[in-house]
Write a new protein. Structure first.
Length: 168
């Protein structure tokens, strides 16, 4: 029998605001993205996670397919425990993987703690009011985005779902 851990969902709660550096050497502020886009998709990533690497093409496709959505990758892994998770390796990773979305460094893990992020990759969709509307893995993200954006044109429908995140 397989047991899976279930963690409290962030759905319906306000996303923690953040102001952290990106690999582009700019400071990125969540509030700025919320004013500009219909949805912001925050995804916790890792330079070394095989699941992240295997699903990066999905994130890049989402960024390209949905211009009204801004994908933001965040690495909150402890670079003291793994040098491969530091800022310079993040810059190399972003260039090597040709990321088409901001990749930010949460060096203190404060942002990850605020989101209650447990795994990589773990995605959160945030509406313009700052409410988390999706908390889960990347497998349900594309369909969740489509459903949310379609329904958002008419009215606010609330949460999209909570498939458990996988990875490390």
């Amino acid at each position: 029998m397989v047991f899976t851990a279930h963690f409290p969902s962030a759905i319906g709660n306000y996303a923690p605001d953040f102001e952290i550096p990106g690999v582009d050497k700019e400071v990125h502020h969540l509030a700025r993205y919320l004013r500009t886009y219909k949805l912001v998709c925050v995804v916790f990533l890792s330079n070394t996670c095989a699941t992240v690497r295997s699903q990066l093409s999905k994130l890049k496709a989402i960024q390209q397919k949905f211009p009204e959505v801004q994908v933001i990758g965040i690495n909150s892994n402890d670079s003291h425990k793994s040098a491969a998770e530091g800022f310079e390796p993040m810059q190399e990773f972003a260039q090597q993987m040709q990321l088409n979305f901001p990749y930010l460094w949460d060096s203190t893990q404060d942002v990850a703690l605020g989101f209650q992020a447990k795994y990589t990759p773990q995605a959160f969709l945030i509406d313009p009011q700052g409410l988390v509307r999706y908390d889960g893995d990347l497998d349900g993200l594309d369909s969740g985005l489509s459903l949310w954006l379609d329904s958002r044109l008419e009215k606010d429908t609330g949460a999209i779902g909570y498939p458990p995140s996988r990875g490390r």
